[in-house]
Design a protein around this ligand. Structure first.
Ligand SMILES: Cc1cc2nc3c(=O)[nH]c(=O)nc-3n(C[C@H](O)[C@H](O)[C@H](O)COP(=O)(O)O)c2cc1C
Length: 411
């Protein structure tokens, strides 16, 4: 029997710590690639205002680096005093549409390049990251406290910019995740080895974040990996222990994700990344990568089949073990899917691609019936494109080049 939507909690308010959301939807942190000189632009503002107008409870500006060494792209944000007025302009405009607004804070660790980060890329251990591609060095013990403090300072800057919430990026192979994962953390000091040691840096960052969040009345979410997506990475039993540790900080929600950008990127989003399209948009200044990705990308990047609510079975294992609020993310494309997730006891849902396809998807669900479905058909053009130009859905673009149309099988 089909659920009576009168029983649905989707369009009921939710108290996320100090902020009340008008419903249970959050626009997931999905890199817009709309920044300039590490600061916001009118395009970034327009996009988030359109998502807010489209009905979400909260929108999230995608990952802003907590310091200079943590930026992966020139078109991303680096949280600093200089950009507070421009960010304030965005948060005011989003609030005027009735939505709350959060910002994802993080550090990319080894997923950058000297020319972008302004220094030799850093990580938990020395090594080479094929993804950038770049060599990277291990962070010295003496540098870790300052790095953790930058997470705390980012909360203050976010508060001054008018954000209601921060989302700490502790998954996907970013710096905190590089410390957590045995694949990237080969340290022999008190930050490596046992799970307790590998969690130490995360604990320091969360300690700083929670201290400033309490002082400035900000909500805190943490994006966490249920699994890294390959054998030598984090698996579910260990990840549940990490989630319990995160919960013990009193965060307002844990966002359950998976995948590792430098090893299993599509484990984050599922689907088949159009690599010819990705290569097409890469600038010729990166010609070796452009050629390699165009010709061999499909063999280098592991592909996954897309399935609606693809993380739900794993996420339920965490629901069974954790008491605090959990945010479901992954493959939300229909009202039916959301109801399934909420019925399993998740407090909120995050949506990325369905809102890239249509910023008004949430209002369409509110005004529609249980059969409401997104127009996103997981061609994953938005992912292929965002590494070089701004994030957009292929269905919203005109005059796409033939190579793209052919690969995406567009008419
Ligand atoms: C274009 C794009 C950019 C993304 N950038 C980020 C990011 O900056 N930080 C992050 O945590 N996740 C990022 N993600 C992952 C999404 O937040 C989300 O976890 C994933 O896409 C699954 O949700 P969906 O099925 O609703 O798209 C990105 C996803 C997409 C499609």
């Amino acid at each position: 029997m089909e659920k009576d939507l009168k029983d649905s909690i989707l369009f009921t308010p939710y108290k996320l710590g100090p902020v009340t959301l008008r419903n249970r939807t959050i626009r997931s942190a999905a890199f817009e690639s709309m920044g300039k000189d590490f600061g916001p632009t009118q395009a970034l503002k327009d996009y988030h205002v359109s998502v807010a107008r489209g009905g979400v409870g909260m929108t999230t500006l995608a990952y802003a680096s907590v310091n200079r060494s943590g930026v992966s792209f020139n078109s991303q944000l680096w949280l600093r005093d200089e950009i507070v007025p421009a960010l304030r302009d965005i948060t005011d405009a989003v609030h005027a549409e009735g939505a709350a607004v959060g910002i994802q804070i993080g550090h990319c660790g080894n997923m950058t390049h000297w020319s972008t980060a302004g220094c030799f890329p850093v990580s938990a251990s020395n090594g080479f990251n094929l993804y950038s591609p770049t060599f990277h060095r291990r962070l010295r013990r003496s540098e870790l406290a300052e790095m953790a403090k930058d997470f705390g300072r980012a909360v203050i800057t976010a508060h001054e910019s008018g954000f209601d919430s921060v989302e700490v990026h502790a998954g996907h192979g970013y710096l905190i995740s590089q410390f957590l994962s045995p694949w990237t953390n080969r340290r022999r000091d008190e930050y490596g080895g046992s799970l307790e040691n590998r969690m130490r840096f995360m604990n320091m960052c969360l300690g700083e974040v929670m201290e400033q969040a309490a002082r400035y009345n900000m909500a805190v979410l943490v994006k966490h990996n249920m699994e890294d997506g390959f054998r030598s990475g984090i698996q579910i039993p260990e990840s549940i222990e990490i989630a319990k540790q995160i919960e013990s900080f009193g965060v307002n929600g844990i966002v359950l994700s998976s995948g590792f950008v430098s090893r299993a990127p599509m484990a984050v989003m599922r689907g088949r990344i159009p690599t010819k399209t990705m290569g097409y948009y890469m600038p010729w200044s990166q010609w070796p990568q452009k050629i390699v990705v165009s010709l061999f990308g499909q063999y280098m990047i592991k592909q996954y089949d897309f399935e609606e609510c693809f993380f739900l079975e794993n996420a339920k294992k965490f629901r069974a073990e954790l008491k605090g609020p959990l945010v479901y993310v992954g493959g939300i494309v229909s009202r039916k899917g959301i109801e399934r997730v909420l019925d399993e006891g998740f407090e909120m849902v995050q949506i990325a691609r369905a809102l890239v396809n249509d910023p008004a998807f949430v209002n369409k669900m509110r005004d529609g019936d249980i059969s409401t479905r997104s127009g996103c058909d997981n061609k994953d053009y938005c992912i292929a494109r965002m590494y070089s130009v701004d994030m957009k859905c292929c269905h919203n673009c005109e005059n796409l080049p033939d190579v793209v149309r052919k690969e995406l099988k567009l008419k």
